[in-house]
Write a protein that binds this ligand. Structure first.
Ligand code: ADP
Length: 410
């Protein structure tokens, strides 16, 4: 049989979080969304799903049980009602943990599903909902090609000196305790876009990409490959985040167990959900609110911003060691794209590396317009809006195109 795979058409992209589901119907050629939606507070009584169709008012889909399953079914129902020209030709799924097995995105097979299931031990809140999406699409459209895009894959190029912890060897050999890194799809997309904006090839560049959203991580990208990153075995390590602490002394576990009889689960939960900006301010995990409170003179909010910025700058400087030199720092994510004061303070703290902020450019560039925010010297800094969904859609189309299967009847 001659393979005539689908080479054009929309891709249905699933991004399943622990209590949320984001979906988008993406044109991989242009990045345009024909449909997009977010289900939030899944697992709680006030779960809701807002779906936007291109150019139309947002519709609220009722979720009676508020489960991931129900949310996925609602998406598939909506996709089934689309006109023929918008019907998806493939599905791409963000999968948080691919362990050491997946160095790039792959077509979903039974073996891939089994491996993702195995790695659920490493990402118990994230891998299972991704598997639900894969199973639901497979049940509804058995012929539809599906692709898994791993947060960890881009960082599989890290050398051992960067990914190994100095812990007993058998923790690594038997239990997989090492740094994996996350946000890889964003770091990959943003580093490629930065190269285009700089008029250079990714292979020539030494970049530190700083993804600052609810989750925050930075990655050293040398010649287009990740050589180090701040997140570790789990997405808890590294920078200060919305509700996650980032780095703390692991001695805190034993200390709190002795002082307050907190179990390791209690401490882990507090470090994930009650720390970061929320822990420092006692009021919010949202940088907009934290900045507003700091502007009003609230000391805890100002301290939270100071700690956040200091830790970003410190991490960037440390990551330059992995690069050996620095061409650019690239900001992305909700905070990185929108918060000009955070960028200004990080760049100023890195002045000793030769970065010189261009105040006007820093105010001008952001989510709407990517661009350089430093004077035209090297190293420089840029803002580049991330687009993980577009990257997932592109990977999906590329893998479907490269595969031998005939999907022309879809
Ligand atoms: P996620 O990691 O869930 O994808 P985002 O990348 O959207 O989240 O980032 C969310 C963060 O971005 C929040 O802390 C939010 O306050 C922050 N943010 C969004 N818009 C702005 C803004 N205009 N100024 C400062 N921070 C912003």
């Amino acid at each position: 049989m001659t393979a005539t795979p689908a080479t054009t058409g929309h891709i249905l992209v699933f991004n399943a979080g622990s209590s949320s589901l984001k979906v988008a119907l993406v044109d991989p050629a242009t990045g345009a969304r024909a449909m997009s939606g977010t289900a939030q507070r899944l697992g709680s009584p006030d779960a809701a799903f807002a779906l936007d169709h291109d150019g139309e008012e947002s519709t609220l889909l009722p979720l009676h049980d508020g489960t991931h399953d129900e949310a996925v079914s609602a998406v598939l129902d909506a996709a089934q009602r689309l006109p023929d020209e918008l019907r998806p030709v493939g599905a791409g799924h963000r999968v948080v943990h691919g362990g050491e097995l997946f160095e790039e995105s792959v077509l979903v097979t039974d073996e891939v599903v089994a491996a993702i299931t195995r790695f659920s031990d490493l990402a118990p809140l994230h891998n299972p909902p991704a598997l639900l999406g894969i199973a639901a699409v497979g049940a509804r459209w058995p012929e539809m090609p599906q692709v898994a895009v791993f947060d960890t894959a881009f960082h599989q190029t890290m050398p051992a000196r960067a990914f190994r912890y100095a812990v007993p060897e058998e923790w690594y050999a038997d239990l997989g305790v090492r740094r994996y890194g996350f946000h890889g799809t964003s770091h990959r997309y943003v580093s490629e876009r930065a190269a285009v904006l700089m008029g250079r090839q990714p292979s020539e560049l030494a970049l530190v990409v700083v993804h600052l959203g609810n989750g925050c991580s930075a990655a050293a990208v040398l010649g287009g490959r990740s050589v180090d990153t701040t997140m570790g075995l789990t997405p808890l390590e590294g920078l200060v985040m919305g509700t996650r602490s980032g780095d703390v002394d692991p001695g805190v576990f034993g200390y709190l167990a002795r002082q307050s009889s907190m179990s390791s689960e209690d401490v882990t939960d507090a470090l994930n959900t009650r720390s970061g900006l929320l822990g420092l301010t006692g009021r919010s995990n949202d940088m907009r609110e934290v900045q507003a409170a700091a502007r009003k003179g609230e000391k805890r909010a100002q301290l939270a911003v100071d700690v956040f910025v200091y830790r970003v700058a410190k991490a960037v400087a440390a990551l330059v060691v992995g690069l050996g030199r620095l061409d650019a720092v690239v900001f992305t994510g909700g905070i990185g794209e929108n918060d000009a004061p955070v960028r200004r303070h990080v760049v100023q703290a890195l002045g000793f590396l030769g970065l010189e902020l261009d105040e006007d450019a820093n105010e001008k560039h952001g989510r709407a317009t990517a661009g350089r925010i430093c004077r035209d010297v090297s190293p420089t800094a840029l803002v580049v809006p991330t687009d993980e969904e577009l990257m997932i859609a592109r990977d999906t189309v590329r893998l479907v195109r490269d595969s031998e299967t005939d999907y022309s009847d879809l």
